[in-house]
Design a protein around this ligand. Structure first.
Ligand code: FAD
Length: 43
């Protein structure tokens, strides 16, 4: 979920860009734990 800017992550609908129909609560709620895991493991 990390962007091309190190340390900046995206979660939710924004990940679909202009395709706002791709991400819903039900399939994007995983983004937060993924991001937290990446931040924690990056130390
Ligand atoms: C009518 C409708 C029904 C839906 N029903 C369902 C459903 O039944 N089940 C489901 O899983 N999903 C549903 N969704 C999708 C769900 O709403 C989204 O997946 C979810 O809200 C995305 O959350 P988000 O935090 O990514 O974005 P958002 O909830 O859109 O949050 C983005 C936030 O950023 C703010 N913002 C925008 N620009 C700026 C700025 N420049 N500066 C500061 N703040 C800014 C906005 O005001 C907003 O509060 C529905 C969507 C719609 C439109």
């Amino acid at each position: 979920m990390e962007t091309n800017v190190k340390g900046i992550y995206l979660a939710g609908v924004i990940c679909g860009g202009l395709e706002t129909h791709k991400w819903f609560i039900e399939n994007s709620r995983v983004h937060a734990p993924q991001i937290i895991k990446a931040i924690v493991s990056a130390g």
